[in-house]
Write a protein that binds this ligand. Structure first.
Ligand code: GLA
Length: 391
């Protein structure tokens, strides 16, 4: 795993020197997992993410003008232009970088142009927040390069806004926060209202975090994501008519929801019920982890998946197949879909001595049921985005 990031660092730094002929500043920016607490962040609720050892490296140097040259090493694509005209690129990926420059401009910071190469090991669109890694990693890099003095929490908020405003996905703050605040060996219990967090130890040599990537990326993902947000907002509006103190679903209880059932569209009611229950599961799950009770924690992961599948309706056949298959195997504490949904990964907590069997059997079941290949990723929890040395 360590070898992975060293290899990436060397490759990206080497490419930079070859393309631009100077020594770059280097940043490592990780992907994330989320143990539990899905679609709760934009409802001001709780999440339990961690930064992991799938990461990208960004290498950059400042220019004397305001032009940019970006190289996406893994995609073998280049883009160039000027920070004077921040227009979305037909290539798509430059927008995650330009959105950051846009945020800097909106907060009164005009930065010089840069040459940049980036790439790494976070699978794209797999629900491991490759986009947040580009956004937050680039902002972190610019902040260091131009001595902007932006506090970490402000960087998380700006990176989130870049995604909201420049990309048009109304995501919450979980991914950008986990990327920047990640702590080796710990999951972050983040309160998405106060943005206070606690690092909860997760150092179990006997348990592995295994991701199963369906390798499907459904087109629906971002439009359905925004639709879920609207449905949650609709739920809050109805709740407020009888319970004016409710500011977001974070404040709602199952009793309140039952009380306004007659005001709610049945679909909206299901969405809200899921969020209220999931918030409870995160808090209870943290208590399980502190006690070292992985059986209880795993049970909550399973309930989380059922809620995402039946009430929030963001799962898909491929994800359900992987969760069902995992739960039939020995040594699996819990399994559920992870991230926004409609494809991407499942997250599984697997007893160390059962990982080998897991890795052999799950891809077979998937091939038989779905007729295609999947990918497996073993993840170790690492620190958040940081500057790294060239050698
Ligand atoms: C995506 C978003 C996050 C969060 C998750 C679902 O990863 O970027 O803000 O809402 O989906 O939990």
């Amino acid at each position: 795993m360590l070898a992975d990031i060293v290899k990436t660092r060397e490759t990206i730094a080497g490419l930079f020197r070859q393309r631009f002929g100077s020594d770059p500043l280097l940043v490592r920016s990780p992907g994330r997992v989320n143990l539990i607490g899905e679609h709760t962040d934009y409802n001001e609720g709780f999440v339990l993410p961690a930064a992991v050892d799938k990461a990208i490296v960004l290498a950059a140097a400042p220019r004397n003008d305001r032009r940019f040259r970006f190289v996406a090493a893994d995609l073998h694509q280049d883009d160039e232009g000027s920070f004077e005209i921040l227009a979305p690129s037909p290539l798509g990926w430059p927008d995650y970088l330009l959105g950051i420059v846009d945020q800097l401009e909106k907060t009164g910071r005009k930065v010089p142009g840069v040459d940049l190469v980036f790439g790494g090991t976070i699978p794209i669109g797999a629900g491991m927040s490759s986009s947040a890694a580009v956004e937050a990693g680039f902002l972190f890099l610019l902040n260091a390069m131009f001595d902007l003095g932006i506090p970490l929490l402000d960087m998380a908020k700006m990176a989130q806004r870049a995604e909201n405003e420049f990309i048009g996905v109304r995501c919450g703050i979980m991914d950008q926060f986990a990327n920047l605040f990640g702590t080796e060996g710990h999951v972050l219990r983040l309160d998405c209202r106060s943005l206070q967090y606690e690092a909860v130890p997760f150092r179990r040599a006997d348990v592995s975090i295994v991701l199963c990537d369906t390798m499907v990326r459904h087109e629906l993902a971002s439009s359905e994501y925004n639709k879920r947000r609207r449905q949650c907002e609709e739920g809050v509006e109805a709740l407020r008519r009888r319970h004016p103190a409710v500011k977001s679903l974070r404040d709602a209880t199952p009793e309140m929801l039952a009380d306004v059932r007659d005001l709610l569209d049945p679909v909206v009611e299901r969405r809200c019920r899921y969020v209220v229950e999931e918030n409870g599961r995160v808090l209870e799950g943290c208590a399980d982890l502190r006690k070292g009770d992985l059986e209880a924690f795993g049970g909550r992961m399973i309930l989380s998946h059922e809620g995402l599948r039946d009430l929030y309706e963001v799962s898909c056949r491929e994800l359900d197949t992987l969760v069902e298959a995992a739960l039939k195997l020995d040594g699996v504490f819990g399994a559920r879909m992870m991230g926004g949904g409609f494809g991407g990964c499942t997250i599984n907590l697997v007893r160390e001595d059962c990982v080998e069997d897991f890795a052999r059997e799950i891809p077979e079941v998937y091939r038989d049921a779905i007729g295609r290949e999947m990918n497996l990723h073993l993840c170790r929890i690492t620190g958040g985005t940081s500057l790294i040395q060239p050698k």
